[in-house]
Design a protein around this ligand. Structure first.
Ligand SMILES: *Cc1c(COP(=O)(O)O)cnc(C)c1O
Length: 374
């Protein structure tokens, strides 16, 4: 069986885990956490980063930082993972779902502008498959209405918008190191804080509402409860694992991009015949090879493709179901239809993509897809 995903170990994970375990400090915010945060701040220019136990936690921190309260409206795409939405729903927000572009699952800025009301408190965008949203258009709408923007950059490590790293453009950004992402630590995530107004409070929220981090830097002479917060920081063991991955980021990205390109070249001919669409990467965006997907012409053809690949021991999977139609949100949604989002929910299929996938296996997958359409 060719699995959909296989977590890749670069080699030094256990070595650093061992170091963390025997260092005598295995709770959070230790040496490995600081090494990882420094790596991100130096390489991508994020003003301040805080490792979290998941991207979900980073999004929850963002919602607290933005002081989202009951009745506030938050605009975001419907074609996304539940955590994007849940983090704001937990604070009582009403989610106002926007549609995707027709040729790309990312949020369409034109659909955002029409949804802003006096109750809107934030815009959240998702860089689907690590491909940048149209950030200039989004930031212009946010500026016009004086709204903060959050990038859900869970899939977007090492990807760029007009040369700027994703996660460095909005006020706040959330990354994931879940084992299905490019860079992993099992469960894990990070909040990047680019707007200086949020830096100090972010650290407090991160450490249970206390000014503990400032105390250990010697900036205050006692520490205590100063705000709301929770325990968002991961253990040093998680950070140690992550650091081994970061040391191999270039190699991981190079390999994933080569595999992605092999799929793209191999499937181009069938796409040109109209059997399905290949991912489209706008001129302003890069591809970080987080995912390789096809958009089938309809649900029936997608179901058939997944089934026939499965019969050949290839595990391909569909992705998000429209959140505005979910069991939890359908009666809270305002009734607008989001046709592009629904089309990706019905027709998009993801193919296996992981570091240890071989060129031969990709050839085998391409041949299996050709057989379905012959
Ligand atoms: C993976 C993912 C998340 C959740 O990440 P966790 O680290 O598992 O919490 C959130 N949003 C998007 C777009 C994702 O792809």
């Amino acid at each position: 069986m060719i699995p959909f995903n296989k977590p890749y170990l670069t080699g030094k994970e256990v070595h650093y885990l061992y170091q963390a375990v025997y260092s005598g400090k295995i709770s959070g915010n230790g040496i490995f956490t600081k090494k990882c945060q420094a790596f991100f701040e130096e390489k991508y220019g994020f003003r301040k980063t805080l490792l979290t136990t998941s991207c979900t936690d980073a999004l929850e921190m963002a919602a607290i930082l933005l002081r989202i309260e009951a009745g506030d409206e938050v605009i975001m795409p419907s074609y996304t993972f539940v955590s994007t939405s849940n983090a704001f729903v937990l604070r009582g927000a009403k989610i106002v779902f926007a549609d995707s572009y027709s040729d790309n699952p990312n949020i369409d800025p034109a659909s955002i502008a029409a949804l802003v009301t006096p109750k809107t408190k934030a815009i959240v965008v998702v860089h689907y498959a690590g491909v940048a949203c149209n950030m200039d258009a989004i930031m212009a709408i946010a500026k016009e209405h004086n709204l903060p923007v959050v990038e859900d950059a869970a899939q977007a490590i090492d990807s760029y918008y007009k040369g700027r790293p994703l996660g460095s453009i909005a006020d706040l950004s959330a990354f994931s190191f879940h084992e299905t992402k490019n860079i992993i630590s099992g469960e894990g995530g990070m909040l990047a804080i680019n707007n200086p107004a949020y830096v100090e409070r972010a650290e407090i929220i991160w450490e249970k509402g206390t000014n503990r981090a400032a105390f250990f830097r010697g900036e205050v002479n006692k520490y205590g409860w100063v705000d709301v917060g929770s325990s968002f920081l991961p253990a040093e063991t998680v950070a140690a694992f992550l650091f081994a991955q970061l040391e191999n980021l270039e190699d991981i990205q190079r390999k994933r991009k080569a595999l992605w390109q092999q799929y793209f070249n191999g499937l181009h001919r069938l796409a040109a015949k109209g059997y399905f669409q290949l991912p489209s990467v706008p001129d302003y965006a890069t591809n970080n090879a987080h995912m390789f997907y096809l958009v089938c012409n309809n649900l029936k053809e997608r179901t058939k493709l997944i089934k026939e690949l499965k019969s050949k021991d290839i595990h391909a999977v569909f992705h998000y179901l429209s959140l505005h139609k979910s069991d939890y949100y359908t009666d809270k949604h305002d009734g607008r239809t989001l046709p592009h989002c629904d089309r990706f929910a019905d027709n998009l299929v993801r193919l296996p993509l992981f570091y240890e996938l071989t060129e031969e296996e990709i050839d085998q997958i391409i041949a299996a897809i050709e057989a379905v359409y012959s």
